[in-house]
Design a protein. Structure first.
Length: 152
């Protein structure tokens, strides 16, 4: 399988907006249409489609670089409910970490997750992310902040 990341464009934004998590997960993350609008109007982030060959399976949004502490945010990361359980999150997360690191030459990546999203917390911890005690209350979903320190 060939996993790859593509920026969201006028050609694929509708397909990205149509991706969704399961009903039980909807309170964990903003919907993709909201995230796409946030990218368009706030200009601090970039939206990405996550593909397996030609099949769109997920979405991510990254940005908010900070040159002082050489950091950036992985602000959204989701796999569509139809493709969950196939290992995509575990396979895309390292690709996203490298992608973000290359975009900003960052040494730290932040993300936030809903307190009840234990599965996602375990996934992120398996890649070295740690809770840092901070709360992200900037958007509709309030979350606990995790950070990844990237080795040289």
């Amino acid at each position: 399988m060939s996993l790859h990341i593509c920026e969201v464009t006028k050609e694929n934004w509708r397909s990205v907006a149509a991706l969704s998590v399961s009903e039980q997960q909807k309170h964990f993350i903003e919907n993709n249409a909201f995230s796409l609008a946030e990218c368009m109007f706030e200009n601090y982030a970039t939206s990405l489609g996550l593909y397996d060959e030609e099949t769109l399976v997920g979405y991510a949004m990254y940005g908010w670089p900070n040159s002082v502490n050489k950091s950036a945010w992985l602000d959204r990361f989701m796999i569509d409910y139809r493709f969950q359980g196939n290992g995509y999150a575990k396979r895309f997360l390292p690709l996203l970490i490298v992608y973000i690191q290359q975009q900003y030459d960052c040494k730290k990546i932040y993300l936030s997750l809903h307190t009840d999203n234990i599965y996602a917390q375990k996934l992120y911890e398996s890649f070295g992310f740690c809770l840092n005690g901070e709360i992200d209350d900037e958007g509709p979903v309030v979350g606990r902040v995790m950070e990844l320190n990237i080795e040289e």
